[in-house]
Design a protein around this ligand. Sequence first.
Ligand SMILES: NC(=O)C1=CN([C@@H]2O[C@H](COP(=O)(O)OP(=O)(O)OC[C@H]3O[C@@H](n4cnc5c(N)ncnc54)[C@H](O)[C@@H]3O)[C@@H](O)[C@H]2O)C=CC1
Ligand SMILES: O=C(O)C(=O)CO
Length: 353
Amino acid sequence: MLVPAIFLRHDAMEMTDLHSGGRRQVPRERLSVVVTRRLPEPVETRLSELFNVRLRTDDTPMTRAELAAVMKEADVLVPTVTDTIDAALLGQAGDQLRLIANYGAGVDNIDVATARQRGILVSNTPGVLTDDTADMTMALIMAVVRRIPEGLALMQKGEWDGWAPTALLGGRLAGRRLGILGMGRIGQAVARRARAFGMQVHYNNRRRLRPETEEKLEATWWESLDQMVARMDVISIHCPSTPSTFHLMNARRLKLLKPEAVIVNTSRGEVIDENALTRGLRAGEIAGAGLDVYEHGTTINPRLRELPNVVLLPHMGSATLEGRIEMGEKVLLNIKTFEDGHRPPDQVVPAML
Ligand SMILES: NC(=O)C1=CN([C@@H]2O[C@H](COP(=O)(O)OP(=O)(O)OC[C@H]3O[C@@H](n4cnc5c(N)ncnc54)[C@H](O)[C@@H]3O)[C@@H](O)[C@H]2O)C=CC1
Ligand SMILES: O=C(O)C(=O)CO
């Protein structure tokens, strides 16, 4: 693996004095940075070299009280996607808290609008986890459509009694219609993979893609999500969790799915009404589901676990060592750029959401 550039720099204690025409290097106090979870070791090491950092010693999430306490002291908070940084916590934050550098692409865990009102910048880690999450999406699509967990269970139980012409028949991906909801970075990476598998790619997005991008992806645009949902064999969700995407896949829309269709979600659980999905799956109105994320965090509808046509993963879409180190690199760059007096390259503002 290539060592990212940020891990090779050693200018932690110096900054260019812009007022003297950039000629003088001036020492300055290091930013105090608090990280809420354990991060891959190279990331923690580099953070410690660059900043006055307080790392988490055990790999448990901070309690709300711990978050409130560190937000009173830090210049920069590095939370992860499971830390809820809401208006109440932001209201108690110390005046010196200037940047929340999220270790994650999704920022639905942070009240970005309130942070902005309080003059606190927010940044995230987009792009570096696109391929990994798209790979996992394809893995989920294949697992559900080709019934991989059922085969696995048979083998693990030692119950396989040999090849049979009619055993565990799934569906062929080639030719199937994939409807992508949210055609941003990950949606487009899924589209490219799906085309390689011979799937027909369709999409609904807040904005239609440029014609050349659409052409390159060989993707068909649907202005109406309802109409797209009703015609697809697979629906894959890649829009962020925002007030406007909450339960976008609600009971009414789930009912539009063809009974042989499957639904996959590696975005955020809140986009699907999980209870309605469970009902639809149990009633045979939806053929299967592959989920990496859940509406209520780790509290998963127990009925989902009982269904053989449902594949559940523990939010591991971006879980590669490479991706997690590159997410750290993004966090480092965002903090360092901010420390140097510029906007973090991955700043998130409410208008983007
Ligand atoms: N499972 C995992 O481990 C991971 C999950 N994620 C999730 O994936 C999400 C997407 O990530 P990216 O593709 O990098 O984001 P992105 O910002 O590049 O793409 C999101 C797309 O959704 C579209 N969108 C927003 N609201 C919409 C609506 N109401 N209807 C239709 N389309 C809408 C946007 O226009 C944009 O094209 C993240 O916000 C995060 O929640 C991201 C990384 C890893
Ligand atoms: O980055 C994100 O948004 C995730 O869900 C975890 O990588």
